[in-house]
Each structure stands twice: as C-alpha cells, then as structure tokens.
Design a protein around this ligand. Structure first.
Ligand code: FAD
Ligand code: THG
Length: 843
C-alpha cells in the first residue's frame, strides 16, 4: 500500500491489508451511485485506486436518489470560494464528457434577475464574488435580460447578472459517463445491493454488509445523499444533514417558446426575489421553488425503491406534488413570465435532497472510525469538484483545495443534536436565495452557548452575534456616550448593518485606557503527557523547547507546507501545555497524529477567558495579585498560574489587539467572579467592556491574521506573512516542503484612499496588468486577487483590507476594490500599520 508518512498517514491509521487482486491498491467501497458516487469512482480510478466497488440499492443508471430527477442547473457563483472552485471544476469536467455524442453539459449561461433595488445591489455583490473567484459574469440591463429571455416581462426587471459559462448539467448522463470510464479502469458498480450494516475492528472500517453479501474494505465512502444519516447510524457516526422536499414542476408545451428543437438554448434563470428558478425542457418550462414551507423528510422513513414504485411514486426521492404549496409560486411565475398566464402545469413532484446547518457539504474521514469517509450534502453543481477533492484526500492524504468549510469536524457538539440539524437545515432551505449580510447571524436556536459573563454583558446592552454556537458581543450599548465628539464617517446602509459607531469608541478606549474582551469562544486544548513536548515540537513550525512559562506563536502545517492553523502554545509545566487554537479540525489533526503517551483534551467548555488590554491593563491587574506583573517579572509571551482576588487564573501576556495586557483563563464556575473582580478594580481607570467589532479593527491594525479567513492550507507561511513563526533549523511536519515554497502571491495590506470608504471582505481587487502601458491615468486593470478580512481602522482613520495579490505589487501601488459594482481606490501599505516598534505591547 502506497501510504507513507508524507501523505498524512501515521502507521496506526494506514489501511490494513491490500486487495488480493491489486496488492498495491486499497479496497474502496462507495455507497451510492448518484452523481457523487459515480464522480468519485471516476476520480479514484483516475488516480490508480482501481479496486473500487460502488454499491447501489436502486437500479442503474437511475437508481432513485436526488440525482435521478435533478434538473441540473449549475450556477457557479457563491460567496464561498471553495464552492465556486468545486463548481468550476464540475463545469470544466462535464463540458468535456459525452455519451453517444451528447455532451454532459449544456453551456447556455446563467441569468439572475432583480426586481427590487436590494436584489440589484446583491447581484452587483455576486458579480464581485464571480470576479474574485475567476468566473465570468456581468450585471446587465433589463433590456439585455429581455434579449436573453424574451418571455420575461421586462417592465418588472431592474437588471440581471449574466454568467455565460453557467448552464445545465445532464446529471444522469454525467453519472453514466463517469460510471463507464471508472468501469473501464476496473471499478464495479453493483445495482440492487442495499447496504444494511458496517463492520468495524479496532476503530477501523472492515467491511460493508449488504442484502447480497459482505464486502471487505480498507476505505468506505458514504455517498448516499440524503440517506447519509441512515448509513451514519450503521457506522455509529453523526451525519449532520436534513433531507427536505423541494417542488419542481413542468408546464405543458408552451407555444410562446416557438419551434424549439434543442433541449434548452436560453440561460438558466433565477428569480430569487420570489425563490424561483427556471429552465427550458425543449417546448416546456421547468420551474423549481424554494418559496414553500420547509418540508422535512425523515431519512429513516424513506421507502425502498420497489415499495416506492408500488405506491405510485416515481422513485424513493420523489414525493407527490402538493398543489397548495405551489399555488403562490405559480402566481409569481405568471407575474414574471406573462406567457405562463395561459399555461398549465403538466407534471410536478416534491423532490428530496440534503440541507446542512450551514448549507455546506459534509466531507472527510471520521476520526472515530478510520477509513470511513463522508461525501454528503453535495449539489450536482459541486459534485465533480467534491469528488476530486475527496479522491485527492484519500489518495494523497490531502485535498489541493481548502476544505475547512466542508470538513465533517466543523460542527461543535452543541451543533450536532437532531433538533439543531432539523431546525438549521430547514432554515437553510428558507434562506437559500435570501440576501444575507456577511455578519448576519442565525436566529434560531439562540442562545445556545454563552460565556459565564453573559448576564453582565446583557446588563451592558451587548449586541450579540453568533459564531460556533456562541453568543458573542459585538459592541455594548452602555458605551454609547463614549462616541460623543468622535468623528466617525457615515456608512452606506449595507456596511452599516451589524455595525455601530460604538465600536469606534471601544477601539479608542482600548488604545487609550483599558477594556475587557470576552475571549471564551477561543478554542483551548490541553496537551499533557511525557511525549507532549516532542509531539508538539514535531507538529508545529516554531521552537517550543523552552522553559515552562513560555508562550509561543506557532503554525500547524500540513506535509505540503500549507497552514492548517496558527496556534499559541503555552508551556505551563514540563509535561503540560495549553494551546489557543482555531477550528475543531485542530483537535482532530492533533489527535490523529498523537502517540500513546500524549493526551489531548478540548477544555473550551468548562473554562473561560477575559482579555484585559490597554495601556492601563497593568494598573488594573497588579493590585489584585501578589505576583509581580511588571514587564521585567512577567514578560511578553509569558504565562503564569496565579490568583486574582479569589480567582485562580492562568494569565498569558499576549494580545491579539496589540496592546499591553493579559488573557486571563479560569474555570467556568469562577468566570462571573473574575469578571466582577476586574470590573470593580477597573472602575477608577475607566474600564469598559468591548466587543468583537472593535477587536477585529484593532487586530487588523496590527496585521494579525485570522486563520480560515486570511490564510488556509492553500497558503504557505511566507506568502501569508507568518514566516517569522517558522524555524527551519528543526524537524516538523511540512518542513521539507518549505524549501521550495513559492511566494508569487502575498497576503497584502491595503488602505482605502477615501477615509469614508469601507469594504467588508471577499471583494475582488483590480490591479493594472504589470508592465502594461499606462495611457490616460491609472487604469483599473483586471481582477488580480480578492479581499480576505476588512475593517475600519479607527486609530488609522482608514479602512483596512487584507487581500491576496501578486507579490510584485509593492508598497505604494494603487489598486481598486470593487464594492457593489463601484471601483474604490486603495493603496498597498506597509505592515504593521500600527505600532511597528511594538512600544505599546513590550513595556
Ligand atoms: P443521490 O443522487 O441521492 O445518490 C445517493 C444514492 O445512494 C442513491 O442512488 C441511493 O439509492 C443510494 N443509497 C442510499 N442508501 C443506500 C444503501 N443503504 N445501500 C445502497 N445504496 C444506497 N442540484 C443542483 O446542483 N442543481 C439543481 O438544479 C438541482 N435541482 C434539484 C431539484 C430537485 C427537485 C432536487 C430534489 C434536487 C436538486 N438538486 C440540484 C440537488 C441535487 O440533485 C443533489 O444534491 C445531488 O443529486 C445529490 O447527489 P448524491 O450523489 O449525493 O445523492
Ligand atoms: N490568543 C491565544 N491563542 C490564539 C489566539 C489568541 N490562537 C489562535 C489565534 N488567536 C492565533 N493568532 C494569533 C495571531 C497573532 C498573535 C497571537 C495569536 C500575536 N502575534 C505577535 C506578532 O505577530 O507580533 C507575536 C508573535 C511572536 O512574538 O511570535 O500576538 O488570540 N491565546
């Protein structure tokens, strides 16, 4: 078997045994021959993993899952770069696939319509995503929309987003093409094989049991679509998805379509203002609606294929059409497309597919059951991209794209309850076409997780947003009086949402006095045991071989030198470390690699943290303790276990906001007492509570990266600007890859030229083509990259935007950021933008 430590597999998680016929390749069983199962078989066999068995309960090639009736609209544009990349690959692949001379993709283009000013603005924003992720698209006039879709009533349309490379996937044809290609390479597809059980041994997958016999396997991938939870239960693994029915109908032949000969020639059409989409079916129109009430389906109650057929259902995933749910949508269709006023619906059904709590797929290998993979909750649109990523992950140990938004580990325990998954999944259905602000929190179920200071935060008028299930204060109404006299530029209505000028006052108070920040949601891991130091030193890039009391900023890299996370590691005792981490994937990654003499525990729940930061932080804390908190006795990036008043704390002298101060950790039961102790001690100093809005501004002024937003495993430390945390003179995972790490692009700080302008993140950045002639002033140029994080820098009086841009763009270079279709001038700046000499922190 070709797995080596280089591909992320330690000896303990290597697949046991190789197949008898192919001693070199592992045995893979894929459950489900929908578009995902077929694509995955193709991608795996293309990579030489040819011992692939696909088990499908229904008859091939249309086994009765979601793929069997998907109308196949592929709109590539998404706020998520990862989803956009999946979709781009799906289009690229399906365009080149054909069966009997018929292409698997009909590239008719895409058109999204606006009938309200809000939607038109949103389409400009979506055009920005398209430009940022490299998808062709432009906002066009109502007249152009009419040209593209003559049946649309031009008088109600304000404009549209035209994306010429979108189109229709022929999902069943693409399944067949990939099935056939995989079969030629050695894969077998077994129809009418219903999986009934999963056999495991020592935490590893062993075999898949079906009604036709047992199939031994080294790797099993559940590509069972909305049956995922059923397969998951057999494996003892939660699969956080909710199946919901969605209405799709076709009209009778429509004379107004003219003499249609092709299956479709007009762009696929979206009318998001009424939760509708349209496509042609030769002389008919097909219409899908998300406007109806959510119709959740119990995945455990879905009928087997033959029983469904016997009950007059076309297939298990297709429920009878409910007229009453359709009626309002039909009115909306007739409003937009007058030709439908005389038309009738010929057929319709309520088709089932998967919704997750955050709308993203669920991908990856289970840590509890090694060799058991999920590739679930995937649209046709993303299917080939997902299949490629999962195949790379299985074969090479790592996907080439950043998948953290799709990682099965991403849900916290509190986000895995059946009721959470049902509620959130249904909400995703409702919101599928809504105009969503990037900061907009979910509304239910809340509050879910709160810190011990929650009651105090409420008393101070905290405005909470939600993240990872946590209630997080963004600013406090109690600080409103501090805005008096501040010169804060007015904002446009969009960027003014989920924002308050109070954030500016909180930032100022942090720079000038002292503020308390609730850092409880910051993930904390405890690593203990005799092997802990060696283990962490091997897993991360910086030198951790320091005396107890040291805190180190360090990076978790993968074998290719990509940044999996950035951590602070505090050595609290010779064999005991506390890690400040990012996503749940950090725990997963470390646990997978940990030897037997190292224990890792997530201690986030049950503990809490307050950041006390600002020039007066020492004046606040020192009187509360007998320990010496002077700069000499308690240096920067040092940790101490001590008492503040009655409260035992672990104090760490570091600050993500770039001011003097400490992170103070204690157990949850003592949290409120800690807050009250600090609050009381700070009264004479003018202490305030400050929220994440100020926090994000202050950290960007210091240039501190946020993992997952500014940098991911697609980036190496040098291009991300965190090379200072890499010690090339020691051995660690990813070390070798760094010797040839490219730095063609860089995470680049930009300052917007206009002090009143703001952007929010994910906007495209235009730069003049390097070396091009510059006639007639500064040209806008072409999309050269995209913004990661942005925030107004209140201390600087300018909006800061970090962006991935070509490394040739050096300080002073002029660029443009597109915000709602407008090109906003910005300039490459020198970092850090604030306190480059670190005089505020190191004193
Ligand atoms: P499926 O196609 O459901 O395949 C899973 C397979 O697993 C099934 O064939 C099933 O029989 C098999 N299976 C399950 N349990 C077992 C078992 N125990 N043993 C053996 N086999 C098992 N997406 C788009 O991108 N664009 C669209 O326009 C679009 N429109 C849609 C319209 C409707 C009405 C619906 C319902 C869905 C639509 N989708 C669309 C979503 C899309 O169809 C699905 O997301 C996609 O087809 C899922 O593919 P899959 O391979 O994961 O699942
Ligand atoms: N606090 C703690 N752990 C954390 C974070 C935190 N872990 C995850 C995430 N946040 C890590 N991110 C950073 C980023 C920057 C710094 C700390 C954590 C930082 N950097 C200094 C600098 O770049 O100048 C010091 C670096 C050094 O001296 O090596 O402070 O917020 N506990």
């Amino acid at each position: 078997m070709s797995s080596t430590p280089e591909n992320g597999r330690t000896p303990e998680n290597r697949p046991h045994g190789a197949s008898e016929t192919h001693p070199q390749v592992p045995r893979v069983v894929i459950i489900g021959a929908g578009i995902v199962g077929c694509s995955l078989a193709d991608e795996l066999t293309a990579r030489g993993w040819t011992d692939v068995t696909v088990l499908e309960q229904g008859p091939l090639p249309a086994p009765g899952g979601s793929t069997s009736h998907a109308p196949g609209l592929v709109f590539q544009t998404s706020p998520s770069k990862t989803l956009a990349e999946f979709a781009k690959y799906t289009v690229e692949k399906f365009v080149s696939l054909e069966v009997d001379g018929v292409s698997c993709f009909n590239q008719v283009g895409g058109l999204e319509l606006a009938t309200t000013p809000e939607r038109l603005a949103e389409l400009h924003r979506r055009a920005g995503y398209a430009a940022a992720w490299g998808i062709r698209g432009e906002v066009v006039s109502a007249a152009r929309c009419k040209e593209l879709w003559p049946l649309v009533d031009e008088s109600v349309v304000l404009g549209g987003l035209h994306t010429p490379d979108d189109g229709l996937a022929r999902a069943l044809l693409a399944s067949r093409a990939q099935l056939e290609r995989a079969t030629e390479r050695g894969a077998r597809f077994l129809e009418r094989h219903t999986v009934t059980g999963i056999e495991k041994e020592d935490g590893r997958i062993k075999a898949v049991v079906t009604d036709q016999g047992t199939f031994p396997a080294d790797h099993v991938v559940s590509a069972a679509g909305f049956w995922g939870p059923v397969i998951g239960r057999m494996a003892g693994i939660d699969v956080p998805l909710q199946p919901l029915a969605h209405q799709y109908a076709r009209t009778k032949p429509l004379p107004e379509l003219g003499k249609a000969t092709e299956e479709a020639s007009k762009p696929i059409l979206r009318f998001q203002d009424r939760d509708l989409y349209f496509r042609e079916h030769t002389d008919r129109i097909g219409i899908g609606s998300y406007a109806h009430q959510p119709l959740p389906v119990d995945p455990f109650a879905i009928l087997p294929y033959d029983e469904a057929r016997a009950q007059d259902m076309e297939m298990p995933s297709s429920y009878p059409f409910t007229e009453e749910d359709w009626a309002p949508s039909w009115e909306d269709c007739r409003w937009l497309i007058p030709a439908l006023r005389e038309a009738e619906i010929e057929t319709g059904f309520n088709g089932v597919f998967s919704f997750t709590p955050d709308g993203m797929p669920v991908l990856g290998e289970s840590r509890e059951l090694r060799g058991f993979w999920l590739a679930e909750a995937v649209w046709v649109t993303h299917s080939a991209g997902v299949a490629r990523a999962v195949a790379e992950w299985m074969v090479d140990g790592r996907p080439s794209l950043d998948l953290h938004e799709c990682d099965l580990t991403r849900f916290e325990e509190a986000q895995r309850s059946p009721s959470y998954i049902r509620e959130r999944g249904s909400q995703q259905f409702v919101e599928v076409y809504d105009v969503l602000h990037p900061l907009q929190p979910m509304e239910q179920p809340r509050p879910l997780r709160v810190s011990p200071f929650y009651a105090r935060q409420q008393q101070l008028g905290a405005h909470f947003l939600e993240g990872g299930g946590w209630e997080r204060p963004h600013w406090y109404e109690a600080n409103a009086p501090l805005t008096e006299g501040l010169d804060i530029p007015e904002r446009d209505p969009w960027s003014a949402r989920f924002w308050s000028p109070i954030a500016a006052a909180e930032a100022k108070a942090t720079r000038e006095k002292v503020a308390l920040y609730d850092m409880t949601p910051l993930r904390r891991l405890e690593v203990t045991g005799p092997g802990a130091l060696d283990f962490l030193n091997r897993m991360t890039s910086n030198n951790l071989r320091k005396k107890p009391g040291a805190v180190t900023y360090t990076l978790l890299l993968d074998e290719r030198g990509g940044i999996r996370s950035d951590l602070t590691v505090a050595r609290l005792a010779p064999d005991r470390f506390q890690i400040g981490a990012n996503s749940p994937a950090d725990l997963d990654w470390l646990t997978r690699h940990a030897p037997a003499d190292v224990q890792i525990r997530d201690i986030t729940s049950g503990t809490c943290c307050i950041g006390v930061w600002g020039p007066l932080a020492r004046d606040l804390v020192q009187p509360l303790t007998r320990d010496d908190f002077s700069h000499e006795a308690f240096g920067y990036f040092r940790a101490k276990e001590t008492y503040l008043g009655h409260v035992p704390v672990t104090a760490m002298r570091l600050s993500y906001v770039g001011e003097l101060g400490w992170e103070l950790y204690t157990s949850a039961d003592l949290g409120l007492r800690l807050w009250d102790t600090l609050w009381e001690a700070g009264q004479d100093l003018g202490v305030i509570a400050a929220g994440r809005s100020a926090f994000n501004s202050l950290r960007l002024e210091k240039g501190y990266r946020a993992w997952g937003t500014d940098m991911t495993d697609e980036h190496n430390p040098y291009e991300a600007g965190v090379g200072f945390a890499v010690r090339t003179d020691k051995e660690f995972v990813g070390r070798e890859a760094l010797d040839n790490a490219p730095v063609a692009r860089k995470l680049t700080p930009l300052l917007l030229d206009d002090p009143a302008a703001v952007v929010l993140g994910k906007e495209p950045v235009f730069a003049p083509t390097l070396g091009s002639a510059r006639a007639g002033g500064a040209p806008i140029g072409t999309p050269a990259g995209y913004v990661t994080s942005a925030s107004y820098g209140y201390t600087l009086g300018r909006c800061i935007a970090y962006a991935w841009l070509p490394a040739e763009l050096t300080t002073g270079a002029g660029v443009h950021i597109e915000y709602f279709g407008e090109k906003i001038p910005a300039t490459v700046a020198e970092e850090p933008l604030f306190d480059p000499k670190m005089t505020r922190i190191r004193r």
